[in-house]
Ligand binder design. Structure first.
Ligand SMILES: [Fe+2]
Length: 182
């Protein structure tokens, strides 16, 4: 009888499946996994994006043009108006924030999905004064004016270039960003 349930002959723990456990391997063409413990982060891992806004990259996908990062902002922090031509998801880790274009406020534990085509301006809730959120950007940010006309952009490649220059300059080295690229 086949089963994907391991007999409980000994206490199971991550990486310690027991002697009778058979591990099904990754396909040989699969990308290597990425496991990042951010609990030991220091401030050098956070690149400043603008006044009171910082970003910590986690994974940069140069095949799909998507990336995952943590965004941290303090009172007055703003990410100026931009359009997402691909969907975005976010999960709030701390604080409170939202978009000038929407009346909801995301707080710790709030998940958001923004559809492709969404244009918004990110702000910190001034009543709380800070936010930390995990974002998965499935595509670029197109900065736009009040008429929706594009004025600039960020995609996974501009992000990587800026992170590379930043980590080179602050001593962490280019390898810090390169290990996050898939
Ligand atoms: Fe956005």
């Amino acid at each position: 009888m086949s089963s994907n349930v391991v007999p409980m002959t000994e206490e199971l723990a991550p990486g310690k499946p027991g002697k009778n456990f058979v591990r099904v391997p990754l396909p040989m063409d699969a990308a290597p996994e990425l496991v990042i413990d951010t609990s030991g982060d220091d401030e050098r891992m956070w690149m400043q994006l603008s006044d009171n806004v910082w970003i910590r990259p986690l994974m940069l996908n140069v095949v799909q043009g998507s990336w995952v990062n943590i965004l941290k902002a303090k009172a007055g922090g703003i990410v100026s108006r931009h359009r997402h031509p691909a969907m975005v998801t976010g999960y709030t880790l701390d604080g409170a924030w939202g978009y000038l274009e929407h009346d909801w406020v995301a707080t710790k534990g709030t998940f958001i999905f923004e559809p492709a085509g969404e244009t918004h301006t990110l702000v910190v809730d001034p009543k709380v004064g800070h936010m930390t959120t995990l974002f998965h950007n499935m595509g670029p940010l197109l900065y736009v004016d009040e008429n929706g006309k594009q004025t600039g952009y960020e995609d996974v490649f501009t992000r990587i270039e800026k992170f590379r220059a930043y980590y080179r300059q602050n001593g962490l080295g280019e390898g810090f960003i390169e290990q996050l690229i898939r």
